[in-house]
Design a protein around this ligand. Structure first.
Ligand SMILES: Cc1ncc(COP(=O)(O)O)c(C=O)c1O
Length: 547
């Protein structure tokens, strides 16, 4: 079945039509449709986004899946472009998630400035492939320039340094990736090669694999250290790189959800004393996914320096905070990292998808260089030589244009708004009976939970057993509140599970808010809390602890 159940009559696949669609729209009606919808998409997003403050049309996943069951590809065309576009606008868009809504404060995906859609359209129209100069030319040169700009933002080397490396064929300051996941994997890939190559280049791990490299170094195990708040992409890196995801060791955090440096130091000493375990990298997080907290990066840099460990900072979320004069200091120590991950599609407000990875040492990426005869030849400037990805779109054009349009001050306004609105939100949560703040916003993410006053009073005096029973009920209540609010479709916060302190092994369900949409105001956040209060009030009884 097609989207609206109707097929256009008499459409056939023929060579003449096929040739026409490579140079112009099918016919005048089609052209008009394209222009109409491009106008709508480019200048107002479209009516749906403007008229719906809520986050999604109330249609269940079950109902949706019923409509998407046809698995046959039609031999002949089913529809003209004009009606395909109409279908998307009328039937797909309203059922997608309106992540641009200021009431959508649950994930790291949000509204983007309207001009991003223009820039994305230009990138698609040019269709450059920055894997190689032959399919991108100026876009590759521009990418190197943008990489140098962000490298400078992080590492702040001298003008001379950037003049040497910005367009150097021999060095790389970083790479664009598809996202934070591939950026983290790239950094761990390089850290692994760096660790093993320092001992035995002849039995290099990239060429001979982990078994040979481990044997050459007399090791039984290689590990990556990161706080237990680390993003799961690091586990993927462990799996992919032959380190093993169970060897991505989750380090304890303090009560502020930052890695516990004392315990970390003890772990490093113990691992080193063992003698047969290699530490590939230590990862600090600048803006954890769940709580937005920043690890003590300077302390981690000290540890890495003392023990000669690769220091990676996962700043997928928090990196752009460096653009804010008011809050950049919260990332102090990032400039001492060996490598840094950043996401374009998070706080650089770019459309999906764009990530980046940066290296302090411009020669570092030599450890992951690949050549072939038809592309990425030795000595060429082809960006695909040092890149996990193969073909890639010219995302640097979007970031570069956006930096020009907004300047660092424009970005800083959005960053500051997010952090300051999150602070106001936290104060409001603390002011209200019936809510408990779990983590304060260091950046613009905070967590809290609904705790009815009667249970809050009981929690204060309860022994361990009763506390667990009350927390179980609160878990059910908060899960119910989050689900009900999501399904009602007016607003959205996400939920996760967090430990209340180092002694709480089980953790509790918490609601998580990410404040990055500049249109999200404290008034809107109050409405979200009001709705949650209402849902909680209807949830009368759960388990054997009444509320
Ligand atoms: C801290 C952190 N690192 C890495 C990632 C992975 O990024 P992506 O989803 O772009 O692959 C995320 C995503 O939320 C993140 O929060």
């Amino acid at each position: 079945m097609t989207l609206n159940g109707k097929k256009s009559p008499g459409l056939i696949a023929d060579w003449e039509t096929l040739q026409r669609i490579f140079i112009r729209p099918e016919d005048e009606a089609c052209r008009q449709t394209l222009v109409k919808y491009m106008e709508q998409i480019l200048f107002g997003l479209h009516d749906f986004l403007n008229s719906n403050v809520g986050v999604t049309e109330p249609i269940s996943l079950k109902e949706l899946t019923r409509e998407f069951r046809d698995t046959l590809i039609s031999p002949n065309p089913e529809k003209k472009l004009e009606s395909v576009i109409s279908d998307i606008i009328d039937q797909i868009a309203p059922r997608a998630v309106n992540v641009a809504s200021p009431y959508f404060v649950g994930h790291m995906t949000s509204a983007i400035p309207f001009f991003m859609v223009h820039l994305k359209a230009i990138v698609a129209a040019l269709n450059q492939n920055v894997i190689k100069l032959e399919t991108s030319k100026v876009l590759s040169v521009l990418e190197k320039q943008v990489l140098a700009k962000i490298h400078r933002l992080i590492f702040n080397k001298s003008e001379g340094f950037y003049q040497t490396h910005v367009q150097s064929v021999d060095t790389s300051l970083g790479a664009f990736t598809t996202g934070g996941t591939t950026a983290n994997i790239t950094a761990m890939w390089l850290a692994r090669n760096r660790f093993f190559d320092a001992i035995s280049k002849e039995q290099g791990v990239e060429e001979h694999g982990m078994v040979a490299a481990m044997q050459a170094r007399g090791l039984e195990r290689a590990v990556i250290l990161v706080s237990k708040r680390g993003h799961f992409s690091l586990k993927k890196a462990g799996g992919l790189l032959g380190i093993g995801n169970s060897n991505v060791l989750p380090m304890d955090v303090d009560s502020g959800h930052r890695v516990d440096v004392k315990k970390l130091e003890t772990t490093i000493r113990e691992l080193k004393a063992h003698g047969r375990t290699g530490i590939i990298a230590l990862v600090g997080i600048a803006g954890t996914t769940e709580t937005g907290t920043v690890d003590p990066l300077d302390d981690l840099a000290d540890l890495c320096q003392e023990h000669d460990i690769h220091f990676h900072v996962d700043a997928a979320w928090g990196g752009p905070v460096l653009l804010s004069e008011r809050y950049a200091h919260r990332l102090k120590g990032i400039e001492r990292a060996d490598s840094v991950t950043m996401d374009g599609h998070k706080q650089f407000y770019m459309p999906m998808t764009c990530g980046m990875v940066y290296f302090r040492d411009p020669k570092a990426m030599d450890l992951v260089a690949y050549h072939s005869n038809y592309v990425n030849r030795q000595g060429s400037v082809d960006l695909g030589i040092k890149s996990l990805e193969g073909s890639r779109e010219a995302n640097a054009l979007i970031l570069d244009s956006s930096l020009k349009i907004m300047g660092s001050r424009g970005y800083a306004l959005m960053i500051d708004h997010g952090i300051e609105t999150a602070k106001l939100f936290a104060a409001e949560i603390e002011r209200r009976d019936g809510f408990q703040i779990i983590t304060q916003p260091e950046l613009n993410i905070l967590t809290y939970r609904v705790v009815p006053p009667s249970l809050a009073a009981r929690l204060k005096t309860a022994d361990l057993g009763s506390r667990e029973a009350i927390n179980d009920v609160l878990d059910q209540l908060n899960t119910h509140v989050q689900r009900t609010q999501r399904e009602a479709g007016n607003s959205f916060v996400s939920r996760t599970r967090l430990n209340l302190g180092p002694l709480d092994k089980k953790g509790v369900v918490v609601l998580r808010s990410v404040i990055m949409n500049p249109m999200t105001t404290i008034k809107i956040l109050n409405e979200i809390l009001d709705e949650q209060e209402g849902i909680a009030a209807d949830f009368k009884q759960a388990g054997d602890v009444s509320i």
